[in-house]
Design a protein around this ligand. Sequence first.
Ligand code: CTP
Ligand code: MG
Length: 225
Amino acid sequence: MRYRVAAIVPAAGSGKRLKARTKKPFVSLAGRPLITYALKALDSSKYIDEIYVAADPDSIKRLESVIYKYGIRKVTKIVAGGKTRAGSVKNCFDLVNPLCDIVLIHDGARPFPGDSDIMNSVLLAGRFGGCVTAIPMTDTVKLADKRLFIKKTIDRSSLWRAQTPQAFRYGMLKKALCEAKDISGVTDDASILENLGRRVKILKGSPRNIKITTIEDLKIAEVLI
Ligand code: CTP
Ligand code: MG
């Protein structure tokens, strides 16, 4: 079956930890605005039909011209973001075409989503209802108390670090967002479904799919390019 897929790209954060003069979506990565990488990857995926971007209201005009300049064609709407990431996703979701089968969410701050990750997220969401890209934990994980004394070592074999893309059947996400009482503290979209007891499948992702949070991440991204 060929799914109709809407992508949501939250890009309305304030980029506090990056400490750049330019707003995070427009910060230069190898000469191109950061946001163009995620948008280009989604735009050129044959699995994505339309894209909704959440942006800071002051950045909407600038984002429009970047989208035009870089020939990104599938952006259907640029939506004013919310106070939190989950709020920004919700603002976009409310405008997504209800004829879509699958909604795929990918952070604007992750420049290197793999094309196969986009494809497999869509397929697994279709099969299981929800899917999260994640990578296995490689460090030893410690549980500590507030004064930073270790309580114990946690078995890392069942621990995963969640990334995006995350994809969900439209109806399932709609129901979860309606039922959820408070999404403000939620840092990824799968937890909205998990909190309601829904099954979410993990897709093993790539360590290359980094999120740009600090200036060091930008340097790593330049090296990856
Ligand atoms: N995001 C959003 N709306 C918000 C907060 C975050 O759309 N109110 C988006 C960011 O733009 C980013 C993604 O969610 O693409 C992941 O957030 P993060 O990496 O934390 O980016 P920022 O919130 O911009 O950075 P910081 O937390 O350092 O301020
Ligand atoms: Mg943030």
